[in-house]
Design a protein. Structure first.
Lengths: 150, 158
């Protein structure tokens, strides 16, 4: 029972912390973010396992984490508002060629990130060639070019 | 024909996937009520006779910490006999309070405790760690003072 409780608590704590820490684009990841991820993984492992390194504990924990994930995926499909709370919603950073400064500030994304996504996805050189730039729920930026630049 | 086979294969995969989820849910339910050890109703054996109560492991995990708790009413002291199969299944890492003496007998380990001070219920805690996986069926009874408690099987999961 303890393993199931530990697994569930850690899952929801991580979900909460990652959700409230905000979406940063993957392009903004720094080497320190990678180190931070390793530290979180190590700390989480200790919190999950304690001093119980048995196979049974691992199997119970893995199954618990997967089941919560499956259950949440169904709940999110069933309730779009829950989906919005857990995963957030896509956000326009550039709409019809106009930059939304507030959305960019909220998301901690700068112009360079949008231009990098525009170059990578469509080979665009200027911001005027971008019709829409959307920060997706997976923290990536989708670029939709102006019709004449497609 | 190929398309038809593909549809059957996809449907088969869907059924296997959903069946697996049901099995996973059943497994987690079983774990929640103690069938995989580490807490939960079925992971413990409970005995009570008068003022003596025993809380001992029924299902434990290999090399994971566990405990045996005995609550008894004794004025001066008490003897506790742990069956030898119990001592084989678990390493006894600590005992609180410390026993006055420990003797290895034919039936198992005999702990002698001396109590001082006020009268009333006493609690003895054994900190355990499962030594190796397997099913242990103690032959001898657990003895506490002059009371005998039939030993229950202990399952140590890998």
């Amino acid at each position: 029972m303890e393993s199931v409780v530990r697994g569930a608590v850690i899952y929801f704590v991580l979900l909460f912390i990652i959700r409230v820490s905000g979406r940063r684009t993957m392009a903004q990841s720094t080497p320190f973010d990678f180190v931070l991820l390793l530290i979180i993984a190590e700390t989480t492992q200790q919190a999950l396992l304690g001093d119980d390194f048995s196979i049974t504990n691992s199997v119970v924990l893995i199954t618990t984490l997967f089941l919560i994930d499956i259950a949440l995926s169904y709940l999110k499909r069933w309730s779009p508002s829950l989906d919005g709370i857990l995963d957030g919603r896509p956000e326009f950073l550039v709409r019809n060629g106009k930059i939304d400064q507030r959305a960019m500030q909220r998301s901690r994304v700068d112009l360079e990130d949008i231009l990098a996504a525009a170059r990578g996805q469509h080979g665009l050189e200027r911001l005027s060639q971008v019709r829409h730039a959307v920060l997706e729920t997976n923290a990536g930026i989708s670029i939709i070019p102006q019709p004449e630049d497609r | 024909m190929d398309d038809h086979d593909g549809v059957i294969q996809r449907r088969g995969g869907w059924v296997v996937s959903r069946l697996s989820w049901v099995l996973m849910a059943a497994f987690i339910f079983a774990a929640s009520i103690g069938f995989t050890g580490s807490g939960g109703h079925f992971s413990r054996h409970w005995h009570a006779d008068g003022s003596t109560k025993i809380d001992s492991p029924a299902i434990s995990r290999w090399y994971a910490a566990d405990h045996l708790s005995i609550t008894l009413s004794a004025d001066n002291g008490a003897n506790v006999l742990l069956p030898k199969e119990f001592a084989e299944a678990f390493e006894i890492e600590a005992v609180a309070p410390l026993p006055q003496s420990v003797a290895a007998t034919e039936q198992g380990l005999l702990y002698t405790f001396a109590f001082a001070g006020t009268q009333g219920d006493r609690r003895i805690d054994f900190s355990l760690r499962a030594a190796r996986p397997g099913l242990y069926r103690p032959q001898a009874a657990m003895e506490i003072g002059d009371q005998r408690f039939a030993s229950q099987p202990i399952l140590v999961l890998p």
